[in-house]
Design a protein around this ligand. Structure first.
Ligand SMILES: Nc1ncnc2c1ncn2[C@@H]1O[C@H](COP(=O)(O)OP(=O)(O)OP(=O)(O)O)[C@@H](O)[C@H]1O
Ligand SMILES: C[C@H](N)[C@H](N)CCCCCC(=O)O
Ligand SMILES: [Mg+2]
Length: 251
């Protein structure tokens, strides 16, 4: 297990959240964009950063486009360059170091954090999105959890809302705690339709019985707001969540 307890300080925006997931395609970008839009509409200058991205689509003109980068760009009203949002992009829909190797190159491990430092004076709050799950490799040297440890923001864990999420969520929380990272909370996200899944109604409570991590809310399929367990609006104050989670992930 690689732990970054003695990592160098990253000169980043003082306030931020690192969005991790229990898996790829679980809704990290969806949730990050939802939070970004909410903060932007409340008047905050919000930055969005994806240390490395893989899985491009080819456009008719022959160029490549990355769905995550386009979504994060749009959620911040096109205010920031795509190269700032994600400096390292690879074409194949594989883990970034694998996709990089397919192109005959490597992910620059040091740039995963130096790219974050470029946001230092550009925003009031920085939302960082991982790639895949906590232990997914983001370079040959580092997992998402390693990069999260170096960037040292509180984590937001995006998990599925349906059957299987109890196991995936508790495993990821165990890995977060084992690395000494700070978890701001969990969002249960209906990334695929769960209308015939009876576990959706009980997963929140079943998780709450088994972890002390705050379950902050649930997002329905196609949802544009975070809901409480009873279906009402959770009205989450994200700045408060970030600040009350503390500045350091390892204090
Ligand atoms: N609550 C939701 N309602 C509807 N669609 C959703 C929801 N959450 C996620 N999706 C869709 O599911 C797909 C995967 O979501 P998303 O791209 O956010 O995953 P991710 O965790 O960011 O994946 P990656 O590891 O590739 O970054 C996308 O098409 C997204 O629009
Ligand atoms: C291509 C995909 N959408 C993501 N960007 C990368 C997901 C990497 C997952 C690796 C793994 O944990 O097996
Ligand atoms: Mg994503």
């Amino acid at each position: 297990m690689s732990v970054n307890l003695a990592s160098e300080a990253v000169a980043k925006p003082a306030t931020g959240l690192f969005v991790v997931g229990t898996d790829t395609d679980i809704g990290k970008t969806y949730v990050t964009c939802l939070i970004a839009r909410q903060l932007v509409s409340a008047g905050s200058i919000v930055g969005v950063y994806k240390p490395a991205c893989s899985g491009a689509i080819s456009l008719p003109d022959g160029s490549q486009s990355w769905g995550d980068i386009e979504a994060l760009y749009a959620a911040t009203d096109g205010r920031f360059e795509r190269s700032l949002i994600c400096p390292q992009r690879f074409v194949a829909p594989c883990a970034p170091p694998v996709a990089a190797a397919m192109e005959g190159c490597r992910v620059d491990d040091q740039r995963l954090t130096s790219g974050c430092e470029l946001w230092h004076d550009r925003c009031e709050i920085l939302l960082v999105e991982g790639a895949g799950g906590l232990l997914s490799p983001v370079s040959e040297e580092s997992t998402v959890g390693d990069v999260a440890g170096r960037i040292d923001y509180p984590l937001l864990l995006v998990a599925g809302a349906g059957l299987g999420t109890i196991n995936h969520t508790l495993l990821t929380i165990e890995a977060i705690e084992r690395r000494g990272l700070k978890l701001a909370g969990v969002i249960l996200n209906e990334h695929t339709r769960c209308e015939d899944d009876q576990s959706v109604a009980t997963n929140w409570q079943e998780l709450a019985k088994r972890t002390n991590a705050p379950i902050l809310g649930r997002i329905g399929h196609g949802g544009t707001e975070v809901l409480r367990d009873d279906g009402g609006s959770a009205r989450i104050d994200w700045l408060n969540i970030v600040h009350s989670s503390g500045h350091s992930a390892r204090e």
